[in-house]
Design a binder for this molecule. Sequence first.
Ligand SMILES: [Zn+2]
Length: 228
Amino acid sequence: MANRSIFYTAALVNILWIFQTTAFAQIPGLDARAVDLKIAIRIFDYANLAQNSREEMITEAGRIFLKAGIETSWVNCRNQQQNEQPVPACESPLGPTDLLLRILPGDIPQSAKLPETALGFAVVKREGGSMASVYLRRIEAIAQGGLATKGQLLGHAAAHEVGHLLLGTLEHSPSGIMKADWRGKTLDSIAKRDMLFNHQQAEYMQHQVQERQRRSAGLILETASTTP
Ligand SMILES: [Zn+2]
């Protein structure tokens, strides 16, 4: 990821808050081992979100992942209004279970050639990815319709893009959180909080997170064995 150094350089923040989803809810039929599945998401907010919108985004996205059997923790790594001290959790190299979420102002550039219904994008290889982005202007335009708040929409868009990272694909599904087009009745589903990952997606993501955790543990062991 060519832009990684930019994010670390930008990670001068004086407020460290880590929001962790603490409750756990499983979707029916999923294995109980899922309770230990965790990912950490570093937020780089280039759009200066109001605190309530950011918190609502985290609450919504965290709830959606909990329903899929995956816990999330969130660290605010950049906010222009609060930029003084570096945050250690944002400075360390990304591990397999660490993901980046960028909140970008403005609209998706035309050069990105994304459909007009896209709210963001994810950089994904078959084995997964680590960087997702959402664009605020399109989300604000939908929020003006009054069916869902900006924070709710941001949370769902974040869950969708992070979903691409964990699913290792840019494909979409005809319903649920991985649906491509969120116009019309989809907004009702967002307001009712029933836009979720389906069972198959949840199970696949659980396996992928488990695999990422194995790789993390391997990296820690490797470091320990090479330390004099
Ligand atoms: Zn998508």
